[in-house]
Design a protein around this ligand. Structure first.
Ligand SMILES: *Cc1c(COP(=O)(O)O)cnc(C)c1O
Length: 405
């Protein structure tokens, strides 16, 4: 049984790791090899059969750079193990395909990243894996959707783009009662939420976003039990081993360095987002931000979050029509607020119209059902040192467009 009160400090867990490399560099040596030598044939055979520990065989399976990063992520999440992939989608699809076989069923939140939605809705049916989409904040709906062949409940801790909050402990209880697994995409809230410690079996990430925080690469991660990670890279049955979505070790090495500043960045993203959300609210603009008391998931988030890192760096505002949203975004880009771009977790503020970009895989009728306005502008708030000035720029554009007085 999970204990929400156990204090897990993800930043300290990462900080405490020590990797003394061959030459003692403060950063571990980068693995620049796809294959590894063995001093004897016996060790090679043993490694192939998984009996010899601590040896590396081939980089699609494991390599030291990926191991260092995976260990740091597992420390952050409080899981036994982790494995890093070449994209967030690679992490999500590999983990799902490892859990589900032909004929199985998934219960998923209807508000998920567009690529995940498309994978569940359009791609998995070709393997005869069906998904029922529900509002994952409606626990009764989640329970009611579970069938005898359901293997997995899937959702995001803070969902994209409406920033709904998943009650992970409650979802975990539902999953445990049904004898199935709970998988959580924690891309929007690393460190803020520790899904595994709240009862999730598998945690997936797009490291492209906050974890790496530089928008210089795509990458992903899967965290879970040792057994699950080993099953993913099993030579005969492992989805990750056989589909081969491994992350390049050069990238692992650079992401590991960025991971060490994640706690400082998350605090600043959260602080800036809170400032914008509160001040937008004050001037009469409806801001969707889980840090605001009027947000539907505010109390849930307060109950499950690590308060050291704030309420996250994502906010959304509803400008009603795509035309208004477009004019607004072009204007604030000209003023220097940030960039009109998809993705998130960057040091500059990024903004896009969700319905026309990151959620465009989701049919418009479903977008409506989800409560997603066609004029929704999603912000990934940057690390601005002068957020007051950024707010003034946004406010002046809102005034010019007569959206406020
Ligand atoms: C971006 C994103 C993904 C996909 O990750 P990639 O690294 O682009 O493959 C999955 N889930 C969420 C919540 C995301 O924001």
């Amino acid at each position: 049984m999970l204990n929400v009160n156990v204090k897990h400090d993800p930043a300290t867990a990462i900080q405490k790791l020590e990797q003394f490399g061959e030459f003692g560099g403060v950063n571990p040596s980068i693995t620049d090899s796809s294959t590894f030598t063995f001093l004897g044939t016996e060790t090679m055979e043993g490694t192939f059969h998984g009996e010899t520990q601590g040896c590396f065989l081939y980089s699609r399976h494991w390599n030291p750079s990926n191991k260092y990063l995976s260990d740091a992520l597992a420390a952050m999440e409080g899981t036994e193990a982790g494995w890093v992939t070449a994209s967030g989608m690679a992490a999500i699809t590999s983990a799902i395909l490892q859990v589900c076989n032909a004929g199985d069923h998934i219960v998923s939140s209807v508000t998920t990243y567009g690529g995940t939605y498309a994978f569940l809705k359009f791609y998995l049916p070709k393997f005869n894996i069906e998904t029922t989409f529900v509002d994952s904040t409606d626990l009764n709906a989640v329970s009611a959707a579970i069938k005898p062949n359901t293997k997995l409940i899937y959702t995001e801790s803070i969902t994209n783009p409406l920033l709904q909050i998943s009650d992970i402990p409650a979802l975990s209880e539902i999953a445990k009662r049904a004898g199935i697994r709970l998988m959580i995409d924690n891309t929007f809230s690393p460190m803020i939420i520790a899904p595994h410690l709240l009862g999730a079996d598998i945690v997936v990430y797009s490291m492209t976003k906050f974890i790496n925080g530089k928008n210089d690469c795509v990458a992903g991660a899967i965290c879970g039990t040792k057994d699950f990670i080993n099953s993913l890279i099993d030579l005969n049955h492992g989805t990750a081993m056989l589909l081969g979505p491994v992350l390049d070790p050069l990238r692992s090495s650079s992401i590991l360095k960025n991971l060490h500043t994640l706690h400082i960045r998350m605090r600043q993203h959260s602080k800036n987002a809170m400032y914008l959300a509160e001040n937008l609210q004050k001037i009469g603009v409806k801001a969707i931000y889980p840090g605001l008391p009027q947000h539907r998931g505010h109390e849930t988030l307060k109950r499950i979050m690590n308060p050291d890192y704030g309420f996250g760096g994502m906010i959304a505002i509803d400008l009603a029509t795509p035309q208004l949203a477009n004019t607004f975004m072009e204007d604030i880009q000209k003023k220097g607020v940030g960039y009109l771009a998809v993705s998130l977790g960057y040091f500059k503020t990024l903004f896009s119209n969700s319905g026309k970009s990151t959620s465009s895989e989701i049919p418009e009728s479903i977008q409506k059902e989800m409560g997603m306005s066609p004029g929704l502008v999603r912000f990934s708030v940057g690390l601005d040192n002068d957020i007051e000035h950024t707010f003034e720029l946004i406010k002046s554009t809102l005034k010019d467009l007569k959206l406020i007085k």
